[in-house]
Design a protein. Structure first.
Length: 133
């Protein structure tokens, strides 16, 4: 694929760095990506989320990846990259080191509530069920 129009409306399978390197400079309007979260730990240092090896590749922390993303983006275009809550900071450092200006961040804050969950209130800790009444 030599022309950017060859990519429009298609799903391109391949190594992201290899595919990005084929794209012309300043040819992309925006990037939204959800790379592996790199949730590696301890004995399973090669395995990440749910023990899957694809989550421990290091690609989200690879400055060369983000440098290629910056190269293909048109001036003024934005990058939205999702990351895991424990590893997001490392990904953002790689993005910034590649030349991006980090302007803002959107966080998805979630919680699991059940009958045993306690929440600190003005009246002290109350169970989630007590807060409903």
């Amino acid at each position: 694929m030599n022309d950017i129009n060859d990519y429009i409306g298609k799903i391109i399978c391949g190594d992201c760095l290899d595919v990005l390197r084929q794209l012309p400079d300043e040819s992309i309007d925006g990037i939204a990506t959800d790379p592996p979260y790199e949730l590696t730990s301890g004995k399973n240092s090669k395995k990440g989320f749910m023990g899957k090896e694809w989550d421990g590749t290091g690609i989200a922390f690879n400055v060369d990846l983000w440098r290629e993303c910056l190269r293909v983006l048109k001036p003024g275009a934005h990058l939205a990259a999702f990351g895991g809550t424990r590893t997001y900071h490392r990904m953002v450092c790689a993005i910034e080191d590649s030349g991006f200006e980090v302007r803002d961040m959107i966080e998805w804050i979630y919680a699991c509530l059940d009958k045993d969950t306690e929440i600190l209130t003005k009246r002290g800790f109350l169970s989630f069920n007590e807060m409903q009444s």
